[in-house]
Design a protein around this ligand. Structure first.
Ligand code: PEP
Ligand code: MN
Length: 355
């Protein structure tokens, strides 16, 4: 799992269903890797009523028990002030705000007020379900204004009408813009809610890593098909470990890359200066030729000489692997400047006009 040590990894079931379920998932994953936290939904925001709505308060206690046994912090979703109060009372230090909540500034403000003053908390904010970056920005500002310094962002895709390969379309440009607006907040990908099915989890994680995301939050269940929520998209802990072994983390050490980039850029700086000096020297000679032509009454433009130059330089450029269009532009620019400089010598009174 090379390169993953610098990434934030959160995994765990969509819903916290029982003590055993949590112990099994977190125990198995912790044998293979260090989790930043394990997830579990306690209050499930269901689109339609009469679905499993989470185990509520008692699940908070299971989660804390699993956290203590495995020495991994727990994280759960809060959607109102009561959730915040109950979770804080149970000792939760990490919470996330779900996609449906981020769409609603009143709900986010209520949560922000309930969080205010708790400096040690870490709060993750999912994108809103609709592709409106301002709702995501606004929610982030409200939580930040409540004095929370430790903020993370989660990209879980956007609900877009129409037939799509994804449950929630990624629209990668939106999280990337958030990363630019909030460069100090880590951006995690939630491939489970983007995909909606197990098969897409790996490629979505790989894509996010290639886009320099800072971590992942993945739904993981001991028996996915029998999960009480999101059965199609959850994966077994064993599969998560396998995926994380296969993921390629590019640009592991950006300082080395930056250093070699800096070196190459320094070389370009030196060469550009040498090129400009060489051109200046070429122009000095053009000026001398201008003086000579003036003394002998010869025109500046000598058609034959110029076509000789073009032919010979084209040969050189070809051997050096420089393209014809580039050479044409380069020779035109050199020729024009050369004529301008010679004209300054031959017609000094025109100098101003020639500038
Ligand atoms: C979840 O993480 O279980 C969840 C409900 O996600 P979202 O808010 O992204 O729909
Ligand atoms: Mn889910």
């Amino acid at each position: 799992m090379e390169g993953l040590e610098n990434k934030i990894i959160i995994a765990g079931p969509c819903s916290a269903e029982s003590q055993e379920q949590l112990d099994e998932v977190v125990g198995k994953i912790s044998e293979a890797l260090k989790l930043h936290a394990f997830r579990g939904g306690v209050w499930k925001p269901r689109t339609r009523p009469n679905n499993f709505e989470g185990k509520g308060e008692e699940a908070l206690s299971w989660m804390q028990s699993t956290a203590n046994k495995n020495n991994v912090p727990a994280i759960t979703e809060v959607a109102n002030a009561t959730h915040v109060e109950l979770a804080l009372k149970k000792g939760f230090q990490k919470l996330w705000i779900g996609a449906r909540t981020t769409t609603n500034p009143f709900a986010v403000q209520e949560i922000a007020n309930a969080l205010a003053g708790n400096k040690n908390l870490e709060i993750f904010i999912k994108n809103p379900i609709n592709p409106d970056i301002n709702l995501w920005v606004g929610a982030t500002e409200r939580i930040s204004n409540a004095g929370i310094e430790n903020i993370g962002l989660i990209h879980r895709g956007f609900s877009v009408v129409g037939d799509h390969q994804y449950r929630n379309v990624p629209m990668w440009q939106i999280p990337l813009e958030m990363m630019t607006l909030f460069p100090n907040y880590p951006m995690l990908v939630d491939p489970s809610h983007i995909a909606g099915n197990r098969d897409l989890i790996f490629p979505i994680i790989q894509k996010a890593m290639d886009l320099a995301f800072h971590g992942i939050i993945v739904e993981t269940h001991p028996d996915p098909p029998n999960a009480r929520s999101d059965p199609d998209q959850q994966i077994k802990p064993e599969r998560l470990i396998e995926i994380l072994q296969d993921v390629v983390i590019r640009q592991k050490d950006t300082t080395i890359i930056e250093e070699s980039l800096e070196e190459l850029r320094a070389q370009i700086d030196v060469i550009d200066e040498e090129l400009l000096n060489a051109i200046r020297n070429r122009m000095n000679i053009a000026q001398k030729i201008g003086q000579y032509k003036k003394q002998h009454g010869i025109t500046i433009y000598q058609k034959e000489r110029w076509s000789q130059i073009v032919q010979s330089r084209k040969k050189i450029a070809e051997q050096l692997g420089l393209s014809h269009p580039f050479l044409d532009m380069y020779l035109d620019a050199i020729h024009l400047e050369s004529i301008r400089q010679q004209n300054n010598v031959m017609n000094p009174h025109d100098k101003k006009k020639n500038e």
